[in-house]
Ligand binder design. Structure first.
Ligand SMILES: [Zn+2]
Length: 107
């Protein structure tokens, strides 16, 4: 399975670009195929990268640290993630196969 349904009914998948999971709720259309999922519309994740321990220390000692912003914008189609060009990570513009949940879900 490349998509996992959580107890709060979100569907999560692993994003290779962010090295993290992303989830969609029932506002998205899902083809019901956990092996070759398709979601629509596109998935846009925006945020700031979590600060590292070093940066945390810096902030605590008065340094000014601006957390890095990121954008991850993708289409999930037929078990592949198609990253759009506005992604800030290195997979922007590329299409990669979703990873099987056995590789990332450790609960
Ligand atoms: Zn991502």
């Amino acid at each position: 399975m490349k998509v996992v349904k959580t107890s709060d009914k979100r569907l999560i998948f692993y994003c290779e670009g962010c090295e993290n999971t992303h989830g969609v709720n029932n506002a998205w259309n899902f083809n019901g195929n956990f092996e070759n999922p398709t979601f629509s519309p596109s998935i846009l994740v925006k945020g700031t990268r979590p600060i590292t321990d070093d940066e945390h220390e810096g902030i605590m000692s008065g340094e000014k640290i601006e957390p890095e912003k990121f954008v991850c914008h993708s289409f999930v189609r037929d078990g592949n993630v198609q990253y759009l060009n506005d992604c800030t990570h290195e997979l922007a513009g590329q299409t990669v196969e979703l990873r099987d949940e056995a590789e990332w879900s450790k609960e």
